[in-house]
Write a protein that binds this ligand. Structure first.
Ligand SMILES: Nc1ncnc2c1ncn2[C@@H]1O[C@H](COP(=O)(O)OP(=O)(O)OP(=O)(O)O)[C@@H](O)[C@H]1O
Ligand SMILES: [Mg+2]
Length: 276
């Protein structure tokens, strides 16, 4: 039985738009977590699919220097494209020309190794982690921006937490996953004075349907209450959909996994409505 991973948290105040411009600014959602393989990239793809299904214009931004999301969606073509890291290094260039269409209703700003260069180059620059926030402020033709992040505490995660309004934290259900979740929440709290993303949902991911993971889900709920969203099942369809570069809502639209991602999209939609 794992120990209590973190002090209970209550939902915070709703997102409010940050600009006075007439065009509504998109809701920016960071998908984060220190633990590798927790399902961040899978959540980004499938949440994008579920939001696009209801007519939202989604922009995915791949902040992982491994560029897993970019490779998943674009395969070999990924290497041809300029990534977001180059613009974090040279913010005067803005974001024009970075986004490429990847799915109906979904665009992607690719990931690249330049994110690692930015982390080193900007190590002593106090405003470096705010560059992504400033770059994304220019996005007007999307309803929701989803930021995929690497499995490490560091520059990419910091810059994403500072650019986003809210955070979605997928987690598996072993002790080390709970420890990583607590670390991610601590980092978020530490960045709070700089207006870091508020936690919108903690998402139990790859939950076995035979009941073996129920204890872990219950523990998460005891610790984090209503922040814990409906579990995403461990699903072959999710894996196969990813292998065919598609979200599960189009690959197996009537399955349990598709329903779970739609429930997560509902949470994001509500947040968008609150900020509108
Ligand atoms: N609900 C699920 N059902 C089945 N397989 C899943 C599910 N979620 C994730 N996976 C699989 O688990 C693996 C890891 O998922 P993913 O790449 O999304 O994790 P990640 O958190 O982005 O990893 P990293 O930390 O390396 O970026 C992938 O092979 C993915 O297909
Ligand atoms: Mg990933």
């Amino acid at each position: 039985m794992p120990h209590t991973p973190h002090t209970p948290r209550t939902p915070n105040t709703p997102h409010t738009p940050r600009t006075q411009d007439e065009a509504p600014s998109p809701l920016i959602v960071v998908i984060a977590g220190r633990k590798g393989g927790a399902g961040k990239t899978t959540t980004a793809l499938n949440l994008a699919g579920a939001l696009a299904e209801r007519g939202r214009r989604v922009l995915l931004v791949d902040l992982d220097p491994q560029a897993s999301l970019t490779r998943l969606l674009l395969g070999a073509d990924a290497a041809e494209l300029e990534g977001i890291g180059t613009r974090i290094l040279a913010p005067q260039r803005g974001i024009a020309g970075l986004a490429t269409a990847v799915l109906p209703g979904v665009h992607l700003m690719p990931g690249d190794r330049a994110i690692e260069t930015a982390a080193m180059t900007l190590a002593d620059n106090p405003t470096g982690p705010l560059r992504l926030r400033k770059l994304l402020a220019a996005v007007r033709d999307s309803d929701v921006i989803l930021l995929d992040t690497p499995p490490a505490l560091g520059f990419a995660l910091n810059t994403a937490l500072l650019a986003a309004h809210v955070a979605v934290l997928p987690t598996a259900l072993a002790q080390q996953d709970f420890d990583a979740l607590a670390d991610t929440l601590t980092l978020r709290d530490e960045l709070d004075e700089l207006r870091a993303a508020r936690v919108l949902a903690i998402v139990p991911n790859a939950v076995r349907r035979d009941g073996h993971d129920q204890e872990g889900v219950d523990l998460l709920r005891r610790c984090y209450g209503s922040l814990v969203s409906a579990p995403i099942p461990l699903s072959v369809a999710v894996k196969r959909a990813g292998n065919s570069r598609r979200p599960v809502v189009t690959y197996e639209p009537h399955g349990a996994a598709a329903q779970a991602y739609r429930a997560l999209a509902d949470i994001v939609e509500k947040e968008r409505d609150n900020g509108a």
